[in-house]
Design a protein around this ligand. Structure first.
Ligand code: AMP
Ligand code: GLY
Length: 421
């Protein structure tokens, strides 16, 4: 079995690790990968968006199965490209990936099917957006329509912030063309949770819930990032709330996509706010979350490839998927300056001081230079501790994270603290 994984982050490292753990004899290729992935798979220097080269490479190497990690290639139709070439591939087609690729598409879908989400309006020109904004109370949330590396959303607590965010998004194009259109939506108050599900048409198999920490600093301060840390399960959130989210949001959305002629096959990621009126949708992603995957997949006891294959063969509803009851906590080590600009190429020390029994170290932005592992991204590593409960998993994650160093290393110190209050 030869599997090609596409992507280069911590999520892809966790996917490769899970595929390999289920069967060490499996041959895994990863394009383009990173220095951590290179320890488990053969990495190939082809970018995620180079569809022709990826398809040619998969043919040349007789790849049996392709798994796509990131949002950009999914939104651009990478699954359609592999399907056209007759190569088995796991992930949503372009028309289904639009649920993440366009926030306006997603919001209109939820409105049409009566699925709980924040009240909103959408705009394509600055003047009408500004007029609407002026008539709304703060806090208020401004979102670029398109993909913006997880950073296109601004939660504005003052009118000044809101004006600035709208100008930045629509006029200064801080998120590029993703900000040509915007969603302005009601601020939802509550705790967030992420539920990832394996979805095939109307079949929905939820994974254990996780919680991300998007703002860069402790206490949820500072700008949003791709995610600074995660944990799973969520001991302080009742199962009934999770079940309500699955029944009122996730299953209806999968059915809505089928009804729209855009059946979703792949991992559907629901970002949810638990409000006093129940769970509401913040966002949908068309892929595994990063860094949610780093705490969810280590708990998976079933072979991930078996789930992917069952999905392609239309028998996802008949696979027995088992999860370990253990807890997992992921602490992201980031570069100084992230989510703004940051240096690259700084040597990382101490990776050999952490054994897999103590913690899993998933590489997010690393490269190899002159035989050393160096930083190569804003989020550099995700250190995952596992234990009988969140407290133990968290202690292990931080103990291991402390032993890894690089110049300007930055991490939140309060990952999973909400679960322990
Ligand atoms: P998104 O990229 O859509 O997940 O948004 C990034 C982050 O912004 C979310 O994880 C939330 O913390 C926050 N956010 C987005 N929409 C809202 C909302 N309507 N109310 C409150 N917070 C929000
Ligand atoms: N952790 C949030 C995301 O993957 O978009």
């Amino acid at each position: 079995m030869r599997i090609l994984v596409i992507g280069r982050g911590g999520r892809e490292h966790a996917i490769v690790w899970a595929l390999k753990r289920a069967d060490p004899a499996r041959e895994i290729l990863c394009a383009p990968g990173n220095a951590g992935i290179a320890q488990l798979a053969e990495t190939v220097p082809i970018g995620e968006m180079e569809f022709d080269r990826l398809v040619a490479f998969a043919r040349e190497r007789a790849v049996d199965f392709v798994v796509v990690g990131p949002d950009d290639p999914l939104a651009a139709g990478i699954v359609d490209a592999f399907e056209t070439a007759g190569i088995p591939v796991y992930g949503p087609r372009k028309n289904a990936a639009e649920i993440e690729g366009s926030k306006i598409f997603m919001k209109n879908l939820l409105r049409k099917y009566g699925i709980p989400t924040a009240r909103y309006e959408t705009f394509t020109d600055y003047e009408s957006a500004k007029a609407y904004l002026d008539a709304q109370p703060v806090p208020i949330v401004i979102k670029a329509d398109g993909l913006a590396a997880g950073k296109g959303v601004t939660v504005c607590f003052t009118r000044e912030q809101a004006d600035e965010a709208l100008r930045d998004t629509m006029l200064n194009k801080s998120f590029g063309s993703a900000g040509d259109k915007v969603v302005i939506e009601e601020f939802l108050e509550g705790q967030e949770m992420s539920i990832l599900s394996f979805v095939d048409g109307e079949t929905v198999v939820p994974m254990p819930a996780a919680q991300d920490h998007k703002p860069v600093f402790d206490g949820d301060k500072g700008p949003n990032t791709g995610g600074m840390g995660t944990y799973s399960p969520l001991p302080h959130i009742p199962q009934s709330v999770i079940d309500t989210a699955i029944e009122t949001i996730i299953r209806p959305t999968a059915r809505a996509m089928v009804a729209e002629g855009r059946p979703f096959r792949g991992v559907l990621f629901a970002g949810l706010m638990i409000t006093k009126d129940g769970p509401k949708t913040i966002e949908f992603n068309a892929r595994f979350g990063d860094p949610e995957t780093q705490v969810v997949l280590p708990r998976l006891q079933t072979d991930l490839l078996e789930i992917f294959q069952a999905s392609l063969e239309g028998r996802l509803d008949r696979v027995d998927i088992a999860w370990s009851p253990e807890s997992a906590v992921c602490v992201v080590l980031a570069s100084e300056g992230y989510p703004g600009s940051y240096p690259k190429g700084l040597p990382i020390e101490g990776l050999d001081r952490v054994s897999e029994e103590e913690a899993l170290v998933f590489h997010a932005g690393t490269a190899e230079k002159d035989g050393r592992i160096v930083t190569n991204g804003g989020r550099v590593l995700g250190v995952v501790g596992r234990g009988a409960d969140i407290r133990q998993a968290r202690e292990r994650a931080y103990a291991a994270a402390d032993r890894i160093t690089f110049q300007g290393k930055m991490n939140r110190t309060d990952i999973a603290a909400k679960a322990l209050r």
